[in-house]
Write a protein that binds this ligand. Structure first.
Ligand code: NAP
Length: 249
């Protein structure tokens, strides 16, 4: 049987990058997939159609701002109406607003906190009741290696990603007795639009520090998510899985 057969997954930020790979890999593993985007409607609709046609499962895109609590409430209601349940939640949506602390302004700090950390609270709040009721569920939160190591010029981003780790470990402790698991994936440098923003010098400096000597692929993060979503990881909760080419070891 396919690893995610009969499971319904909700994935945030699925229109591009790592999220799009998660959508595709989850569908390949047999899941029915609901995913969100912020502004890339055409990309999201095209992805939903292509992945659904390729794997013969339902894949549906929803416009929803991950930073908004009320939008998360509406989204979860709609997904539950459309799919009947939510077995897996992947909080993947995230942004960067990099700057050195001397130049970082309040807006850059607040935007990153709202999009990366509050977003994880927003949707976790919505799925907790249905998951507790069905006494099963897997929540996967996408942090970053930078949330573990810190990174100059990314104090806002690193703080948001470190916050995700503390939040997830707490949720794992709160909901373990109801068989709801919560884990974190900490990607290293993955080739997406987010890393395309880096200048060549910075990219080369990062590359020379990665023992596997390459950036990761979105599919390599997605495969780790499939594992944590599936019953193969039924006794794993409250953990941080670094997928980083040995950058953090
Ligand atoms: P990306 O290519 O920039 O894609 C970001 C995705 O998030 C897009 O689908 C975007 O939707 C969505 N999104 C952004 N803000 C949103 C919001 N407020 N509401 C709903 N959706 C929103 O990013 P990525 O590189 O794939 O990163 C995905 C996750 O992995 C992020 O949490 C990031 O921090 C983390 N990560 C990435 C790397 C890396 O090297 N790439 C490393 C460590 C961690 P639209 O298309 O509509 O804008």
């Amino acid at each position: 049987m396919a690893l995610l057969q009969d499971k319904v997954a909700l994935i945030t930020g699925g229109s591009r990058g790592i999220g799009a790979s998660i959508v595709s890999r989850f569908a390949q593993a047999g899941a029915q997939v609901a995913f969100t985007y912020h502004s890339s409607k055409e990309k999201a609709d095209a992805l939903a159609q292509a992945v659904s046609a390729e794997h013969g499962v339902t894949v549906k895109a929803y416009q929803s701002d991950a930073a908004s609590f009320s939008a998360a409430e509406e989204l979860a209601k709609q997904v539950l109406e459309d799919f009947g349940t939510i077995d897996v939640l992947v909080n993947n949506a995230g942004i960067t607003r990099d700057n050195l602390i001397l130049r970082m302004n309040e807006e850059q700090w607040d935007q990153v906190m709202d999009n990366n950390l509050k977003s994880v609270f927003n949707l976790t709040k919505q799925v907790v009741r249905p998951m507790m009721k069905s006494r099963a569920g897997s929540i996967i939160n996408v942090s970053s290696i930078v949330g573990i190591t810190g990174n100059a010029g990314q104090s806002n981003y690193a703080a948001s990603k470190a916050g995700i780790i503390g939040f997830s470990k707490s949720i794992a402790k709160e909901l373990g007795s109801r068989n709801v698991r919560c884990n974190v994936i900490a990607p290293g440098f993955i080739a997406t639009d987010m890393t395309d923003e880096l200048d060549e010098k910075t990219r080369d400096a990062y590359l020379s520090n990665i023992p596997l000597r390459r950036f990761g692929e979105g599919t390599e993060i997605a495969d780790a998510c499939v594992f944590l979503a599936s019953d193969m990881s039924s006794y794993i909760s409250g953990q941080v899985l670094s997928v980083c080419g040995a950058l953090n070891c």
